[in-house]
Design a protein around this ligand. Structure first.
Ligand SMILES: [Zn+2]
Length: 213
């Protein structure tokens, strides 16, 4: 008799109730990780770490868009905000790629300290925390699902970065550092370009299509 009163399901309302705290927590954790990585990249001279930190800062822009109340997604302003953020992310990606190539062809003055590259574990922690936080909203929102998939893919880059740090430590392969930042730039550029392309193909409804599926 008692148990009958427990399950209260408001399924129809679920998509409208993504608490801003979820996104704000992801924002705060990501901001902290980006700050720590930037600070570390100064001493560690790792372009990979700089790219990883800038990449995390790009996430903050995405979180800003995700904070826009979901009920207003059909409005032009929110759509524009998403397009602007994705375009900025794309330009950041181009910047990271350009800096990486410059470092690869130029003469390296001071080699990176691979120990500092371990700071990317903070970024990994922030990404995994975000993935966990977005698991629930991703069930109903395409935008959160896209962000969740992105965060998980980022984990693979961090693992590559850690393997690269080991290679630098063991074999003094300093070219690995700008190569890794090039991978980050490429991944970020391909991701934002793919979403912008999808927006162009599908139209303004692209950010909410999931509710029908
Ligand atoms: Zn990312």
């Amino acid at each position: 008799m008692l148990t009958a009163s427990i399950p209260i399901v408001h399924r129809h309302a679920s998509h409208a109730h993504i608490h801003p705290r979820t996104v704000l927590t992801a924002f705060a954790v990501t901001l902290l990780a980006a700050g720590a990585e930037l600070a570390g990249s100064w001493s560690g001279r790792s372009l990979f770490l700089v790219a990883d930190a800038v990449h995390l800062i790009a996430h903050l822009g995405i979180f800003g868009v995700l904070l826009i109340p979901t009920v207003r997604w059909h409005e032009r302003g929110e759509d524009m905000a998403t397009i602007v953020v994705l375009t900025v992310v794309f330009m950041i990606a181009i910047g990271i790629m350009a800096a990486s190539i410059r470092h690869m062809v130029g003469t390296s003055d001071v080699p990176p300290d691979p120990g500092f590259m371990l700071l990317s574990l903070l970024g990994l922690g922030a990404n995994m925390t975000t993935a966990y936080l977005f698991k629930k909203p991703a069930e109903t929102r395409w935008s959160f699902r896209a962000a969740l998939a992105h965060e998980l893919s980022d984990g693979a880059i961090t693992l590559a970065g850690l393997a690269g740090a080991l290679a630098i430590k063991l074999f003094a392969w300093y070219w690995v550092d700008p190569s890794l930042s090039l991978v980050i730039g490429f991944w970020l550029g391909a991701w934002s370009a793919r979403l912008l392309g999808r927006r162009i193909r599908v139209g303004r409804g692209v950010w909410t299509v999931d509710e029908n599926h």
